[in-house]
Design a protein around this ligand. Structure first.
Ligand SMILES: Cc1cc2nc3c(=O)[nH]c(=O)nc-3n(C[C@H](O)[C@H](O)[C@H](O)COP(=O)(O)OP(=O)(O)OC[C@H]3O[C@@H](n4cnc5c(N)ncnc54)[C@H](O)[C@@H]3O)c2cc1C
Length: 419
């Protein structure tokens, strides 16, 4: 790398949904485009791992807002099989501490909190301030916040949450082959892709951008940066001091913590398909189990917030053991011999991601716009956190990549006009 004025026209930093989205928009524009990805694979937080012949989505799995989701359109164009059944998040398997009557109460409490937040957002912008004081189901609502945002309601901006809710639809669909498989399969062939190439420094000198990697420097006309906010806010990539506002914005839009742990169901055991099972509906740290997703012999466990941090701290083996105890308590002792740990995510421990998905801290929702702002017609920013109302999703990431690529193309054509 190095040498002439520009080695390439555009460098995309990061090969998740946003990076792939940017590459798709730049494809066929007559530009040389390189995508540098730190890890060994394309997809980022979209990762379908095949275990025991089962495609398991370790990160994104749901095509949220599926009716308007660009990934859904891409999957349809490819003729991929889409499961359009509604999610079973509200279809709980009853158990002694969560009877059907209690479930109805918990759902009503969620709806009341949601309506209060949407109808009269708290002046503090703290989503927790819409909770009823001493509410019986506040622990349940905090657990939901763990799954939805990866953080407790005290850390969630009401304005940010409302923006997402207003834009989202209730259609949540799935891909049998996996969301991660779809993202990885859609990097255009005319994008030069370099895996295992972590960008260490980004510099601009007014005419070009220098991207430093362990394999050498690369000079380009412009770059699109798509790394997660927790990566950008850390010192993993050195960037010019003039980008302090971007770094500061990233720190106000942190990633929450969510992890998935999968069990294989072996042999004949009577477990319903497509049902949720919450261990303790009054515990903010409760895991939620999704029984036989897509009718597969699997239990997918979702841990959000503090319980997900504990997996990082205590290790996966301890987490699997604790979850087996819970499942035995909820479903009877016979179930244990039918369950085998299959796979676990570790997004928070992943140096190139460092969490699950972004949420704005109270009063900082507008920082998404700051993070998305181009710099000196040279650096463009994408990634789920730059999306004002589809953040925290893979389709929001794709749209952000499309937006950043359009900004870059407009700048390039403006520069041609000025010559
Ligand atoms: C457990 C979990 C469940 C989820 N569930 C859903 C869901 O059901 N539906 C949904 O829509 N979304 C879901 N999401 C969120 C969704 O996965 C993300 O919002 C989306 O994939 C983010 O894409 P991105 O391109 O913005 O970022 P990323 O996927 O993080 O991509 C950034 C890329 O940059 C790379 N990188 C980092 N540092 C460097 C560097 N120095 N140099 C080069 N490359 C670097 C990273 O390796 C990564 O590949 C989930 C996420 C998690 C973790």
């Amino acid at each position: 790398m190095g040498g002439k004025t520009f080695d390439v026209d555009v460098v995309i930093v990061g090969g998740g949904a946003a990076g792939v989205g940017a590459a798709r928009s730049l494809s066929g524009e007559g530009l040389s485009v390189w995508l540098l990805e730190a890890s060994q694979r394309i997809g980022g937080r979209g990762w379908t791992q095949s275990v025991d012949g089962l495609p398991l989505d370790m990160g994104c799995g749901w095509l949220h807002t599926a009716d308007r989701n660009a990934w859904r359109q891409i999957a349809e164009d490819l003729g991929w099989d889409i499961d359009r059944r509604p999610a079973a998040w509200d279809k709980h398997q009853p158990h002694p501490s969560f009877s059907e009557a209690e479930q109805a109460e918990a759902h009503a409490a969620f709806a009341a909190w949601h309506d209060a937040l949407m109808g009269a957002p708290p002046a503090s912008d703290r989503a927790s301030d819409a909770l009823p004081e001493g509410g019986r189901w506040n622990g349940y609502l905090q657990a939901m916040s763990g799954y939805i945002s990866g953080a407790p309601l005290e850390r969630i901006s009401a304005a940010d949450y409302i923006a997402y809710e207003r834009a989202a639809s209730q259609n949540n669909w799935r891909l049998r082959r996996g969301y991660g498989t779809l993202i990885a399969a859609n990097l255009p062939v005319d994008t030069v892709c370099r895996l295992a190439t972590p960008v260490e420094r980004i510099d601009t000198d007014g005419t070009s951008v220098t991207i430093a990697t362990p394999s050498g420097d690369l000079r380009c006309r412009a770059a699109i940066v798509t790394v997660s906010t927790n990566v950008l806010a850390s010192d993993a990539i050195r960037i010019p001091a003039a980008l302090d506002d971007h770094r500061h914005a990233a720190s106000q839009l942190p990633l929450g913590c969510d992890e998935k742990l999968f069990f294989r169901i072996d042999g004949d055991v009577d477990l319903p398909a497509e049902r949720a099972l919450i261990a303790d509906p009054h515990d903010a740290d409760s895991p939620v189990f999704y029984l036989r997703p897509l009718d597969r012999p699997v239990i997918e466990t979702f841990l959000g917030g503090r319980s997900a941090w504990r997996v990082s701290a205590e290790g996966v083996a301890v987490a699997f053991d604790g979850l087996l105890d819970e499942l035995q308590r909820l479903l009877g002792s016979d179930v244990r011999r039918h369950l085998r740990p299959l796979a676990a995510s570790s997004w928070s421990a992943n140096t190139y991601v460092r969490g699950s998905y972004s949420h704005a801290l109270p009063t900082f929702a507008a920082q998404r716009g700051v993070l998305a702002a181009p710099f000196e017609e040279k650096l463009f920013f994408a990634g789920e956190a730059t999306h004002v109302d589809a953040f925290s999703t893979a389709h929001g990431a794709l749209e952000s990549g499309t937006r950043a690529a359009a900004e870059l193309l407009a700048t390039f054509s403006g520069q041609r006009g000025r010559r």
